[in-house]
Design a protein around this ligand. Structure first.
Ligand SMILES: [Zn+2]
Length: 381
């Protein structure tokens, strides 16, 4: 019997050129807008039209607890009653948390899992609009935001259904200027976020539908978007892959790639997407091997074959073909390995131990042992 819940942003606007609709939306959401952007706040300022933000927060790294506190203080002092984030995953994650803290009058540590009290925000966020300018995190469609706690060496989430954006405005044209390295790493994040929910025990027919479509479009267009940044069709595919990945993960969870990537991201300042790219093929292989050994009738094994077909675009592809496609594509797009993003082999045991307990491991189709996670890290280094 089929039974599921599906959590989505209140409104989704998708289409090339549709970022122009942002200015007209804002008066319906709030009068005093906090704007979160990437490192250059002027870049997309024109999208707000005549709306003058009461404060602007440039976000230059994956946000920490301190970054969020500082931005929230700024927002409170300015009397912000709505938050707009225009940028990659980091500004959107930060904006999403600030909108929740403004709506709840709280501190990040009241809500943060593991390092904080872990109590989900109970009150609605102030209206939050997410406008992604990269195709990767799918943060415009999710109900959580990861924050780094450098002193604890982990990245954990604040999570609540109230954190789903009021509006997700996805305009693929905003990603045209995304440089190749960012296109590659964020694109692999998007692919991973379609793949992991598809093989998750929490998958349902709705998440399958978006995950399959995301994998198909992402696989056919990632390399093209990397090689020809101005290819609008490829950018459109990647923006859909990213958005669908967000919908899929928000409703069917993630697996061992993200379980490990969350700990790696808390340990070293590595780009999340590059970490996912390095881990994706080794986790694929480890999961398939563990399933064959411990649960050979698991539906996830058939799903891995389907993933291989979607990635390669070939109806007769095997699991091994899928793994080979991942290795080839990671190499062709020059995505750095774990060693190159600053993780030292001495840190692997600690990462494997923490990852085995990570909440983002919930959607892995088989429980991997610490030794298996360690082997994955070695294979990705
Ligand atoms: Zn991710």
């Amino acid at each position: 019997m089929i039974s599921f819940d599906l959590a989505l942003p209140r409104k989704v606007i998708f289409g090339s050129g549709r970022a122009d609709e942002l200015a007209a939306l804002l008066p319906m959401l709030g009068r005093r807008v906090l704007l979160c952007t990437g490192s250059d706040p002027a870049r997309h300022r024109g999208l707000l039209g005549d709306v003058e933000p009461v404060a602007v927060v440039p976000v230059v790294r994956e946000p920490t607890v301190e970054d969020v506190r500082a931005a929230t203080e700024q927002a409170r002092a300015a009397g912000a009653d709505a938050v707009v984030a225009i940028g990659g995953g980091s500004p959107i994650d930060l904006g999403k948390v600030v909108a929740a803290l403004l709506g709840n009058g709280t501190d990040p540590l009241d809500h943060l899992e593991i390092v904080g009290k872990g109590v989900p925000p109970a009150q609605p966020s102030v209206p939050f609009v997410a406008v992604p300018t990269t195709a990767g995190t799918g943060s415009e469609a999710t109900a959580n935001a990861p924050l780094r706690s450098p002193e604890e060496g982990v990245k954990t989430s604040i999570r609540s259904p109230h954190m789903l954006p009021a509006v997700a405005l996805v305009d693929p044209l905003l990603t045209l200027g995304c440089p190749p390295a960012v296109t590659a790493s964020s694109g692999f994040d998007a692919l991973t976020q379609c793949l992991e929910p598809y093989v998750s025990p929490k998958a349902n027919p709705a998440t399958d539908a978006v995950a399959v479509e995301g994998l198909r479009r992402g696989a056919r267009s990632l390399r093209r978007a990397y090689e020809r940044g101005d290819d609008r069709e490829a950018r459109e595919d990647m923006a859909l892959c990213s958005f669908f990945g967000g919908v899929a993960l928000a409703n069917a969870k993630l697996g061992a790639v993200h379980g490990l990537a969350g700990v790696v991201g808390g340990t070293v300042d590595a780009p999340h997407g590059a970490t996912c790219a390095a881990l994706l093929a080794p986790v694929f292989e480890a999961n398939v091997a563990a399933l064959r050994e411990r649960d050979p009738d698991a539906p996830a094994l058939r799903r891995y074959t389907e993933v291989a077909r979607l990635l390669t675009g070939r109806g007769d592809a095997t699991v091994d073909d899928g793994v080979a496609w991942l290795h080839e594509t990671v190499a062709a797009l020059s995505v750095p390995r774990l060693g190159a993003v600053g993780l030292a082999p001495e840190q692997y045991p600690d990462v494997a131990e923490k990852a085995a307990r990570a909440s983002s491991m919930q959607g892995n189709p088989v429980k991997l042992t610490e030794e298996e996670l360690l082997a994955v890290l070695r294979a990705a280094s």
